[in-house]
Ligand binder design. Structure first.
Ligand SMILES: Cc1cc2nc3c(=O)[nH]c(=O)nc-3n(C[C@H](O)[C@H](O)[C@H](O)COP(=O)(O)OP(=O)(O)OC[C@H]3O[C@@H](n4cnc5c(N)ncnc54)[C@H](O)[C@@H]3O)c2cc1C
Length: 430
C-alpha cells in the first residue's frame, strides 16, 4: 500500500506544473509573510501518528499549488464575492487532489481517508475560509455517498468528472424551512414512469451559482421522515432549475452561496444514489467525513493565526516593550495553542479509527463542536492583540474571525453536535 501510494504521490508532484505568479500583496501579507511556517509546527517528523512520508509529499504538492495559483488571488476573489471554481478545480483535478480517497477507476488515487484529512489540513493555508470550503464540498461533502453507494453509470457521469475537475458539485440538503432538522425538508421528487419530477428549493447551497450538478436530498415518498428520502444526482442545467440569488454573507466571501428553486424538474430515476429511501442514512454517513474534514481544515488556519499574532505582537511595542512580552498575551497564546493540539489529537484519533472501518460519529461530532467553539475563542483573542490593525480587512485574523464563525453553524450547528453526543451518551430524553 505504502509503495503504491508513494508512486501515486510522486505522480501528483510530477503532474503538477507551476504557472506564473499573479495578483498583489496586501498589508497582511507584508506584515506576516516572513514566517509562513509556524514555529510550533509539529507535524513534519517521521514519527507522525497517522501520516507517512507520502502524506507529507502530498501536502507539499498542494502547498505549491496554493502558493502559486490560489493565495495571490484570494483578496481579489474575496472582493468579487466568488472564486473561479472551474479554473481552480481543474488545476486541483489535474494534480489528483480532488479524489485522493476515491476509487482509481473513477479518477481517484484510491488512498484512505487520512489522505483526505491531510489535504484538508494543507488547504487551511489558503488565506480565506471560502475557497477551502468550496473544495471540501466537492471532495468530502457532495461526493462520498456517490462514491460509496452510486451505480457505475452514475459514478461515470458525475464522480469521474468531479474528481478530474471538469464538473463542479454542490450539496443540496438545507432548505429555507429546514437546516438543523434535516428530516423536515420539503423538496419532493415524485416518481412518474422512469423519471422523478422535482419541486421545492434549496437554501445556502455552496458552489450553487457555478455548479454543474447537485447531490440533492429530496422526499421520494410519504413514509416516515428518516426512510422517505433519497439522494439524487441532479444536473443543474435541466429545465426548471432556477438560481434565485447569490446570498450576501459576512464571511466566506469568495465562496458563492445560492438559493435554488426546482419547478417541475425532470430527472431520470436512475439518478438516485444507491437505494431509494436511504438518502437520510447516506447523508448522515456523509456528514462524518464532512465534519472531520472541516476540523482538519480549520486547525491549520488556527496555527497560522496564532503564529501571525506572535510575529505581529513581537514587533509591536506598547509601553516600551513588545505586546507579546506582556504575560497575559504570551500565556493566552500558549493556552490557545494547547487547545489546538488537543483538537488535533482528537482529529487524528478519530481519523485513525475511521480508516479502520469504525463508526466515529461521536468523536467527529465532538471534534466539530470543539473546532467551532475554539475558532471563535481563538479568533476573538488573537484579534484583540492586533489592536486597531485587527479591525481592518487587511489582516488574516479579521478574515478568520468572520469566516470561522460558520463552523458553529454549518454542517450541523453546535447544538446539533451536542444532541448527537448526548445520544451516544444515552442522556437524550426519548
Ligand atoms: C455559508 C454557508 C454555507 C452553507 N453551505 C451549505 C451547503 O453547501 N449545503 C447545504 O445543504 N447546506 C449548507 N449550509 C446550511 C447549513 O448547514 C445550515 O445553516 C445549518 O445546518 C443550520 O441550519 P439553519 O441555518 O436552518 O438554522 P436553524 O435550523 O434554523 O437553527 C438555528 C439555530 O438553532 C439552534 N439549534 C439547532 N438545533 C438545536 C437544538 N436541538 N437545541 C437547541 N438549539 C438548537 C442552533 O444554534 C442553530 O444555529 C450552509 C450555510 C451557510 C451559512
Amino acid at each position: 500500500m505504502a509503495v503504491r501510494a508513494a508512486g501515486q504521490i510522486a505522480g501528483i508532484c510530477h503532474l503538477y506544473r507551476s504557472s506564473s505568479l499573479g495578483g498583489f500583496r496586501t498589508l497582511s501579507q507584508n506584515v506576516s509573510s516572513s514566517k509562513h511556517t509556524p514555529s510550533n509546527a509539529p507535524e513534519t517528523t517521521v514519527d507522525h501518528l497517522i501520516y507517512t512520508p507520502e502524506h507529507f509529499a502530498l501536502k507539499e504538492s498542494i502547498k505549491k499549488i496554493i502558493e502559486q495559483e490560489i493565495n495571490p488571488h484570494v483578496d481579489q476573489w474575496e472582493a468579487e464575492g466568488k472564486f473561479p471554481a472551474h479554473k481552480i478545480f481543474k488545476i486541483l483535478g489535474n494534480a489528483g487532489i480532488l479524489g485522493v480517497n476515491k476509487p482509481v477507476e473513477y479518477g481517484g488515487l484510491g488512498l484512505d481517508f487520512s489522505y483526505s484529512v491531510a489535504v484538508s489540513e494543507e488547504l487551511g493555508t489558503i488565506r480565506c475560509g471560502g475557497i477551502p470550503m468550496a473544495i471540501g464540498v466537492q471532495t468530502d461533502m457532495a461526493t462520498p455517498a456517490l462514491a460509496r453507494f452510486g451505480s457505475h453509470e452514475l459514478k461515470t457521469e458525475f464522480l469521474l468528472p468531479s474528481i478530474l475537475g471538469d464538473k463542479v458539485a454542490c450539496l443540496g440538503v438545507s432548505e429555507v424551512g429546514a437546516g438543523s432538522d434535516v428530516s423536515s425538508i420539503m423538496t419532493k421528487a415524485v416518481r412518474k414512469g422512469d423519471e422523478y419530477v422535482i419541486n421545492g428549493g434549496k437554501m445556502w447551497t455552496t458552489n450553487g451559482t457555478q455548479a454543474d450538478w447537485m447531490c440533492l436530498l429530496a422526499n421520494t415518498s410519504d413514509g416516515p421522515p428518516h426512510r422517505n428520502k433519497s439522494l439524487i444526482c441532479l444536473p443543474m442545467d435541466l429545465p426548471g432549475v432556477h438560481i434565485a440569488r447569490q446570498i450576501d454573507k459576512m464571511g466566506m466571501r469568495s465562496s458563492d452561496t445560492a438559493e435554488v428553486f426546482f419547478d417541475d424538474v425532470r430527472v431520470p430515476s436512475k439518478n438516485v444514489i444507491g437505494l431509494e429511501g436511504m438518502g437520510f442514512t447516506y447523508q448522515m454517513l456523509q456528514f462524518q467525513e464532512e465534519r472531520l474534514w472541516a476540523v482538519a481544515n480549520t486547525l491549520t488556519t488556527m496555527d497560522i493565526v496564532i503564529q501571525e499574532t506572535i510575529d505581529y505582537t513581537r514587533q509591536r511595542k506598547i509601553f516600551k516593550m513588545p505586546v507579546l512580552h506582556h504575560q497575559t498575551v504570551h500565556f493566552r497564546l500558549a493556552e490557545l495553542q494547547t487547545e489546538v493540539e488537543l483538537l488535533r489529537s482528537l482529529l487524528h484519533r478519530a481519523t485513525a479509527l475511521f480508516i479502520k472501518g469504525n463508526d466515529v460519529t461521536k468523536l467527529a461530532s465532538m471534534a466539530k463542536l470543539k473546532a467551532g467553539r475554539l475558532a471563535r475563542e481563538l479568533g476573538d483573542s488573537c484579534l484583540q492583540y492586533w489592536g486597531g490593525m485587527g479591525f481592518t480587512n487587511d489582516v488574516l485574523v479579521s478574515r478568520f474571525y468572520r469566516d470561522s464563525r460558520l463552523i458553529s453553524i454549518g454542517g450541523g450547528a453546535d447544538e446539533v453536535m451536542l444532541g448527537i453526543i448526548c445520544k451516544y451518551m444515552d442522556t437524550l430524553p426519548k
